[in-house]
Design a binder for this molecule. Structure first.
Ligand code: ASP
Length: 325
């Protein structure tokens, strides 16, 4: 039994391990672990209290994949329901002839299955941060004049690359039967354009699991993982016979080869069916966590750094110390 997760999964990994030790499945463990991250008010890019879109609305994306059957469920741009991973799981378990529900349809489904709904999804503190961001940039967007007809195209440059906000939770679990499940949940980019869908709910982009080979999940600039099919790409390299480290480097290489004006930070965690795992990142020093059933507590491990020069609106972006951000 093994759990690997993004570092912000620390609040959920104990609960996930308890599920496994009590005989629960990898799917149960992924859901239990991610729910605790979604409910964590300190986490600004997952579930309750994530940074909202440019209009101040919190829109959640999540997906879950069962590596045994390759069944999966996903929700995108869902408002008002904090436990997006549980709704995604129900999309998978209720045997709808669908894999992903988005927007009002996802919310309708969540109501129908009695998913927990919260009247307020943002703390006053996060609302104030959002207001401040808009007030600072009042030339682009007037906070007192936001409605369905407000032009947002120019203001989209305010969107904050997810790497700078550091968010999205990834969990990948191998249970006592050797079954693998992967789950991802996020509120996406801060100040994103309303309706923007990232990689997290897209099977093959931000999330993929296949018992026969392994699994991969991503955080970072989702548009890149969508374009490179990163999660499936890595698993396909395992399928081709590469060891986990080489498969990870190939998937990161595919990301590095992307062209275009918006290239940001990317991170992945992955494991093979034997439980060998890896974390990779474009931000040096970033970590992920893992725990085997025999361990009393999880351990944190530095991800392998892979340089992908960042570009924003076509310009190379450097930190003060000269490293890319
Ligand atoms: N990958 C997520 C997205 O693009 C964001 C993140 O990882 O912070 O929506």
């Amino acid at each position: 039994m093994l759990i690997i997760a993004s570092a912000n999964g620390a609040v959920g990994i104990d609960a996930a391990m308890r599920v496994l030790k009590n005989g629960g499945s990898a799917i149960d463990a992924v859901e239990a672990g991610i729910r605790l991250v979604e409910a964590n008010p300190a986490e600004r890019s997952v579930g309750y209290n994530g940074y909202p879109n440019i209009l101040g609305q919190l829109e959640l994306d999540a997906s879950i994949m069962d590596g045994k059957t390759l069944n999966s469920g996903a929700v995108a741009i869902m408002r008002g329901f904090p436990y997006a991973i549980s709704v995604a799981r129900q999309v998978m378990d209720r045997k709808l002839p669908h894999v992903m529900l988005a927007g009002e349809g996802a919310e309708r489904f969540a109501r129908e299955i009695d998913a927990e709904q919260w009247a307020s999804m943002l703390s006053e503190e996060v609302k104030a941060i959002w207001r401040e961001r808009l007030i600072e940039n009042s030339a682009l967007l007037d906070i007192d004049d936001l409605d369905d007809d407000t032009a947002l195209l120019d203001a989209v440059v305010l969107a904050t690359d997810p790497e700078r906000v550091a968010g999205t939770v990834n969990f990948i679990v191998i249970d006592g039967n050797g079954d693998i499940c992967s789950g991802v949940s996020t509120s996406g980019w801060a100040w994103k354009y309303p309706g923007r869908v990232g990689d997290s709910p897209i099977i093959g982009a931000g999330n993929y699991a296949d018992n026969r080979h392994g699994a991969c999940a991503c955080t970072g600039m989702g548009e890149m993982a969508i374009r490179a099919c990163t999660a499936y790409g890595l698993v396909s390299y395992l399928r081709a016979g590469l060891p986990i480290g080489a498969a990870g480097h190939k998937a990161m290489r595919d990301l590095r080869d992307l062209d275009g004006d918006f290239i940001g930070g990317m991170n992945l965690i992955a494991l093979d069916r034997e439980g060998n795992h890896v974390g990779m990142t474009t931000r040096a020093g970033s970590t992920y966590i893992y725990q085997h059933a025999e361990m009393d507590a999880h351990r944190e491990k530095e991800r392998e750094f892979v340089e992908i020069p960042a570009r924003w609106a076509g310009e190379e972006r450097l930190r003060d110390d000269g490293s890319y951000c």
